[in-house]
Design a protein around this ligand. Structure first.
Ligand code: ZN
Length: 190
């Protein structure tokens, strides 16, 4: 009981001393807060005054600023709409087509650097095309074709109609068809 009393006395003394110290600092502290606040308010007021008052400005400068802001708005809007339409440019750059893993890039929206990898070992495939010789009777009824072969696996992974250029254009057509029909989003992780 005695102990408790002495504690409350001690706490009272501490509270008085701390309160006194705080009070002695309060006056200059308050002055600082008031002056900082009034200075900030003055700045805000003068900015608002400048913004709300009319200014002499060259007509051409006003026109340039207006055109720039219109152009920016148009650009922002077109970016928002393009984002969905051109998502394939960043996301769809490979696909498993006709038995091979095709990779490509886009150059000004066109498919470029198209080539294929082996789906089993990821090795680059080499091509071998066959174009029938019309003067050779053994080639009668044979069609032009291009094989894409994995030298690592020793197997033909993909066979397409026509010579190499025709074969690559077939793959490009298939890629463009998938983009048009929005089928690519299902295969982008393949
Ligand atoms: Zn292979």
């Amino acid at each position: 009981m005695k102990d408790k009393e002495s504690h409350s006395i001690r706490n009272g003394i501490i509270a008085t001393v701390v309160g006194g110290i705080l009070l002695s600092f309060w006056k200059p502290f308050k002055d600082i807060i008031v002056s900082v606040f009034s200075w900030s308010w003055g700045v805000i007021e003068s900015i608002w005054l400048w913004l709300s008052s009319s200014h002499e400005i060259y007509g051409w400068l006003l026109l340039v600023l207006a055109l720039m802001s219109i152009a920016t708005c148009v650009q922002l809007l077109s970016l928002m709409f393009k984002k969905d339409q051109e998502g394939h440019l960043t996301l769809y750059k490979s696909d498993n087509l006709f038995g091979a893993k095709w990779h490509w890039q886009y150059n000004a929206g066109d498919i470029s650097n198209l080539w294929c990898l082996c789906p089993s070992c990821n090795g680059e495939l080499v091509y071998s095309d066959f174009i029938p010789n019309r003067y050779d009777y053994t080639h009668d009824n044979l069609e032009a074709k291009t094989d894409f072969i994995c030298e690592n696996c020793g197997a033909t992974k993909c066979t397409l109609k026509g010579d190499k250029d025709y074969a690559l254009s077939s793959v490009k057509r298939e890629i463009r068809r998938k983009i048009r029909n929005n089928e690519w989003s299902n295969t982008q992780n393949n």
